[in-house]
Ligand binder design. Structure first.
Ligand SMILES: [Zn+2]
Length: 79
């Protein structure tokens, strides 16, 4: 499964909650109105900053729940 990483945009949540979440990339790509991270946090499309590589704090719950070592986010984090 393809995953991608994103974090809330500045101003949508408190700075301490701007952690990098991992999201499953569904068949529709980024089309859904609401995007649900592995940890259960949901965001509207306009609330997220998509990241090509992790910056700042990762969401620990997402890291634990996201599929398999070898997924894109984890590889990127270990880089
Ligand atoms: Zn998360």
């Amino acid at each position: 499964m393809t995953v991608y990483i994103a974090r809330p945009l500045p101003g949508t949540v408190g700075e301490s909650r701007r952690v990098v979440h991992v999201f499953p990339l569904s068949a529709e790509g980024l089309a859904p109105e609401r995007l649900t991270a592995y940890c259960g946090a949901t965001f509207g499309r306009g609330e997220l900053e998509l990241l090509e590589r992790p910056v700042g704090m990762p969401c620990v719950t997402c890291l634990r729940l996201a599929p398999t070592p070898g997924d894109a986010a984890r590889q990127a984090i270990e880089r």
